[in-house]
Design a protein. Sequence first.
Lengths: 340, 340
Amino acid sequence: MFAVSSIRELARRCGVSVATVSRVFNTPEVVSQQTRQLVLGMAAEIGYLPNESARTLATKKSNMVGLVWDTDHRRPGWRHPFLQDILVALKGALSAHGLHLLMLAPDPGAGPGDPRRFLRAVQRHNVDGVVIIDNGSRDPAVLALADAEVPCVALDLRFTGPTCTYITSDNAGGGRLAAAHLIERGHRHIATITGPAGNWPAAQRLAGFREALTEAGIPLADGDVVTGDFYLDSGHAAMTRLLERDPRPTAVFAAGDEMAVGAIKAIREAGLRVPDDVAVIGFDDIEVAALVPPGLTTVTQDKTGFGTAAAESLMAMLAGTATPPEPTTLPTTLILRGST
Amino acid sequence: MFAVSSIRELARRCGVSVATVSRVFNTPEVVSQQTRQLVLGMAAEIGYLPNESARTLATKKSNMVGLVWDTDHRRPGWRHPFLQDILVALKGALSAHGLHLLMLAPDPGAGPGDPRRFLRAVQRHNVDGVVIIDNGSRDPAVLALADAEVPCVALDLRFTGPTCTYITSDNAGGGRLAAAHLIERGHRHIATITGPAGNWPAAQRLAGFREALTEAGIPLADGDVVTGDFYLDSGHAAMTRLLERDPRPTAVFAAGDEMAVGAIKAIREAGLRVPDDVAVIGFDDIEVAALVPPGLTTVTQDKTGFGTAAAESLMAMLAGTATPPEPTTLPTTLILRGST
DNA sequence: CTGAAAGCGCTTACAG
DNA sequence: CTGAAAGCGCTTACAG
């Protein structure tokens, strides 16, 4: 589609060897000021750009990091609440280090359930490291990456190993924040809609929430803990059940904003008001939170932080430290809106 | 991080030449059934995977398509209404053809406003083609790709040229749909909140809307057309102005769902009801549309269609057709909810 | 149907 | 500070 001149062409025009040209781009401090300028000038003039494939072949480093996000072939409809924010931040932070993001599709040579389907893609493309955006399931294909000792950083997934680390929000702290806020608002009977059993962030949110309640001497009955799946409908269903309780809770903490919106819907459909009859607080601070009346009070996650922290952890591992960086915990904060 | 065996190793173990191994993977029909089986079996046994960098170097085809989406350095906060749906569909459709998606960051060697900042990344990585997700601005760095004759397919951006085509929704048809629906509901004074001047999809939506009104003999006063920027606040501001009109419109068509949600907010704040006092219809069918009470009636776009159509058009161009495929227009349909 | 050989565009010890 | 040369792992005419 266009002609790009090669290192040989550039070397010829400058009257130097290709080795020298290569050094100008890789170890400039080792070549004389004079030839460096000459080469750089000519490179700009003829529009020379080093060919990454050739570079990768020679060095075994591709300057590409793989992105694995949509890992579970059994859950195709799954949507991340703030994928776009993460991608923007991650892309920006990586490109500052000259790294590009390759979205890893399952290798076509592997079947849908093949645990090597991502690893194969990683190997073929010489990807330097991988960022994993978990979807809440434990996919063996993700674990296979760790086993192969690919540098990995996972988001919201407890992922450790000789070449693995992870980034997560302070979910327990966020749960505590939610409880403290409702308590401060005077509530003494508080229910919660939690995430699926086995979901780690959900468990942490619940743990922090429970802790703060206990510390305040407020009981949490088993019947006031209902499980959802993070989607709207489950929040609606859970709230419907909670409204049947007698006495009825005066406030509810949902472990995700979508479920919180579903809860608000159920409360309204029951002819009750938010926050007067039942207050609602969510988790995530997704876009809808600000849009749905009366405005959802929620615990916000540092969305951009996920991207930048992931890039930093990965950079550290690529720099070849002996041990992987410690997991990063991003702070959570309270956002007050109309629902509490 | 792991050892992957090379084609030489595989050839040695099979007692054939590397050329033969290469043919097994690239032109299997040309090698004898017998040696084919032998090679394939051994390949599986030792876990051989062809190295893509070496392949790219030899063939000048990388099996990677670039994704350019966040093109404008002056609008960092811009968010696409349904990026994730597009990405999932695009990734899936491309991987079926063995193609991977490389998210193109601006080349570090180029300045923020450099029109070659994406082209450079494309050249370095030997990207086979590019998908452009427009953000509504005309970025010279995007045009530079067309000038370089890189196979390009743009989304929602009129992008033509010897190696370019585009995918778009039937925006005019959608505008007509919206008008027809409101007319059918009995409205005779209908206003609209349109997108920024110069925005092509917005202009089309307005054109279709206007056409349908004209055909029905319903006038559209200049004062009933207010401009927004697709974000919530602009919809709110626009609606506030429309409510000051005398007589007040009984319905409004917003060229984007976020603006529609802003409009609903403004209507409520004015003490009026949706849809009884003012009906609202939006465009896009984003996630919030279903969540915000009373449910937003809207014109939906075929989000998955963008991804699959883009992949198909790109595949056609990569197959080396003489002329680029015709632009694709995706149908739009009406989704009825509570706001009309 | 198969092999030997050149070549893709780079990097990197090794000499000087 | 610089160059000649080998090598990274593949593909592809060219012979046979």
